[in-house]
Design a protein around this ligand. Structure first.
Ligand SMILES: NC(=O)c1ccc[n+]([C@@H]2O[C@H](COP(=O)([O-])OP(=O)(O)OC[C@H]3O[C@@H](n4cnc5c(N)ncnc54)[C@H](O)[C@@H]3O)[C@@H](O)[C@H]2O)c1
Ligand SMILES: [Zn+2]
Length: 381
């Protein structure tokens, strides 16, 4: 039995990891700030909190809170983070503070007290890659940079080869490729990885880095309009509002159900992976954002109005899905839940919850910071 600390353990993914670890006989403590953007104001720990889990309200940026939380702990899952890609682009200080400084505070407490941590699992993200790995028929494998805003304003939303201009095909994205995040969120996830790799190299901390792709499922905050495609779409549909799909529905993502992600986290504790290893956690399949909106509508038994717009958000990637060879070989991991099952689980939960459609507020914020674009009149691809 391990004594486990989960930072951000009241959140979506952390709470599912907590439940699974308790089911497997581990002793779990969580530390969570209860960020109002995720949990609402003054509501305390969420209703879904597991009664077998010790809940501590505290801040990973606060050394005293962290020292207290780490007492008697031998395994750490670091999930506490701000997670809004678009929001991170203008809330630079708070994203750096929570994600980067929070991670440094946690690691400093571990190494300065020489705590006997036998596994440290970081919840990282596909956002560290930036655009997914692509392929040009002439120039082979490429790691494209951010798409050009002028192209996008002309309705050219594909990813193009910088040498010959051909539209590229997306390949599974592998862990060893260069990391070129586009968003400040992505940069802070890379900082977290770098800090953990540093602690592994210098202090021998047994770090495993899991890079989650697009996670969905029950408990993904329905109040937070800044992240979680399914949760945002659900809030729109429940309020009777249309769902906007950007870039004419071209972008594709790898959607993985949270129960599969929790299982990958359990495997990271059970398998003896070399310190400092990064592992993708996804399904290995790409689905368009449009398909997700249609499927969600079907599973909700409604026909939502889906608007394929010519708008785009600056810094969004076009296509990214996981290469799972390493997850299979090192963790024996593959996803179990298909999209229909996963969406049914999400919908079954979401229909019993209060929703708040704050989507337009998030869009207005992006627009006011110049982070929202549209095809200029008369110019389409
Ligand atoms: N949801 C996804 O699709 C996804 C994808 C890739 C990676 N991730 C990563 O997984 C982790 C968990 O994400 P999630 O989707 O469960 O998000 P979430 O917002 O539901 O959970 C994060 C939790 O961290 C808490 N928190 C925030 N700041 C804190 C602080 N300073 N101290 C203590 N707790 C704090 C929040 O209150 C929240 O409960 C994050 O590190 C995120 O970057 C998530
Ligand atoms: Zn080319």
């Amino acid at each position: 039995m391990a004594h486990v600390l989960i930072t951000g353990g009241a959140g979506f993914i952390g709470s599912h990891i907590a439940d699974l670890l308790v089911d497997h006989g581990h002793c779990v403590r969580i530390i969570d700030l209860l960020d109002p953007q995720i949990h609402g104001n003054g509501k305390g720990f969420p209703r879904y909190s597991n009664p077998a889990v010790e809940c501590m309200q505290g801040d990973v940026r606060n050394p005293a809170d962290i020292r207290k939380a780490l007492q008697g702990i031998d395994v750490v899952y670091h999930c506490a983070s701000f997670t809004g890609v678009g929001q991170s682009m203008y809330q630079m200080r708070s994203y750096l503070d929570t994600n980067s400084t929070g991670t440094a505070t946690l690691l400093e407490a571990i190494v300065t007290q020489s705590l006997p941590i036998k596994r440290f699992v970081l919840a990282s993200s596909r956002a560290v890659y930036g655009e997914g790995t692509h392929h040009c028929l002439t120039h082979g494998i490429l790691y494209p940079g951010m798409r050009n805003r002028c192209d996008m304003e002309r309705g050219r939303f594909e990813v193009y080869c910088p040498s010959c201009g051909q539209a590229l095909e997306a390949l599974p994205t592998e862990e060893e490729r260069p990391l070129t995040p586009f968003s400040l969120y992505g940069w802070t996830k890379k900082h977290q990885e770098d800090l953990c790799l540093y602690a592994a190299d210098i202090f021998g901390l047994p770090v495993t880095i899991l890079r989650f792709f697009n996670v969905y499922g029950s408990r993904q905050s329905l109040k937070n309009p800044y992240t979680g495609i399914l949760s945002v779409f659900h809030s729109r549909i429940s309020a009777g509002h249309p769902v906007s799909i950007y870039e004419r529905g071209i972008p594709g993502r790898d959607f993985i159900h949270v129960s599969d992600v929790a299982r990958a986290n359990l495997l990271a504790l059970e398998k003896n992976v070399a310190p400092g290893t990064c592992i993708n956690i996804g399904t290995g399949k790409m689905v368009s954002v449009r398909e997700i909106a249609v499927l969600l509508g079907e599973r909700l038994g409604t026909s939502p109005e889906i608007i394929d717009t010519d708008e785009f958000r600056v810094g969004d990637v076009c296509r990214c899905y996981a290469d799972l060879a390493r997850a299979k070989s090192l963790l024996g991991f593959h996803s179990h839940i298909d999209l229909e099952q996963g969406i049914d689980e999400f919908v079954g939960w979401a229909l019993r919850e209060e929703t708040e459609d704050l989507y337009l507020k998030a869009v207005e914020e992006l627009k006011s910071h110049g982070l929202f674009g549209r095809v200029k009149c008369g110019e389409t691809a």
